[in-house]
Write a protein that binds this ligand. Structure first.
Ligand code: E4P
Length: 266
């Protein structure tokens, strides 16, 4: 699989890219804010720098508009920042007072951008059908957020979901009422990795060409799970990437080898 940096901070991205550790980047407004952006103008400059550094490798840039027309305008603005820009489109309609009416907003935007030759990354994917429909609409890749599923399950371990999205126990199974969080069907304590496994399996089954980009990875164990699941791309925070090559037994082993080598002469 390919490894991307999940970051908007060029100080983290550049050394990883130059070392050949990553060949793509995913950004979002939270990561831009964390990297120091305080205005859209500044954010666009930061994104342009990342696009230039990474070209021709892909850099995902997130839409923040919520209506179809506004999303398409913003997508064109972001796509104009670099030919390697991939536009992150949240699939679905958005549960806001003025934009929640059309459940197909994200799919329509993905389709329209596909027709314009603009690559898209269907983001904030939390079940397999979202991934399937996004791929069908023409998304270049789909991003299941496995870490957020794990966060959600850890937080709601008492089996009580937030209002309107509660869990129930029935037929020996734990299910989410609201399938927007995770796919239903069976106890899902491992839902984050299971979600990615399902999507990889369904895409392989139907020979779907969209890539599966495992997002929201929180630790090296999840990274390994994603490799086992067969994700095409893993986007990983720089801090996690920095730790993946470390193991105390590697250090101890090398100390012993160096100590033994020190007795050799000549
Ligand atoms: C992916 O494209 C997203 O930027 C990212 O993985 C979100 O992860 P988070 O849950 O850590 O915010």
């Amino acid at each position: 699989p390919r490894i991307f940096a999940d970051s908007a901070d060029i100080r983290d991205i550049e050394p990883l890219y130059r070392a050949g550790i990553i060949n793509g980047v995913t950004t979002n407004p939270t990561l831009l804010k964390k990297a120091g952006a305080t205005s859209w103008q500044q954010a666009k400059t930061m994104l342009t720098d990342i696009l230039t550094l990474l070209a021709p490798n892909p850099v995902s840039l997130e839409l923040t508009e919520l209506t179809q027309d506004a999303m398409l305008v913003q997508a064109q603005e972001l796509a104009a920042l670099g030919s390697n820009a991939v536009i992150k489109v949240p699939i679905g309609g958005y549960r806001t007072a003025d934009a929640g009416a059309d459940p197909f907003t994200g799919l329509k935007v993905i389709r329209a951008l596909w027709e314009q030759g603009i690559h898209t990354n269907a983001t904030l994917v939390f079940n397999t059908t979202q991934a399937f429909w996004a791929a069908n609409a023409g998304a270049s890749c789909v991003s299941p957020f496995l870490g957020r599923v794990a966060d959600y399950l850890a937080k709601h371990d008492d089996k009580l979901g937030p209002p309107g999205n509660s869990l129930y126990q029935g037929d020996g199974e734990t299910r989410f009422h609201n399938t927007e969080y995770v796919a239903c069907g069976g106890p899902r304590q491992d839902s984050g990795s299971r979600l990615v496994q399902e999507i990889v399996t369904v895409f392989a089954h139907y020979d779907i060409r969209s890539e599966v980009l495992a997002a929201s990875i929180r630790n090296p164990a999840q990274l390994t799970e994603m490799l086992l699941a067969g994700a095409d791309i893993l986007t990983v925070p720089a801090a996690i990437l920095a730790g993946v090559a470390d193991h105390p037994l590697t250090d101890l082993g090398m100390q012993a080898f160096c100590a033994d080598a020190a007795v050799f002469s000549g």
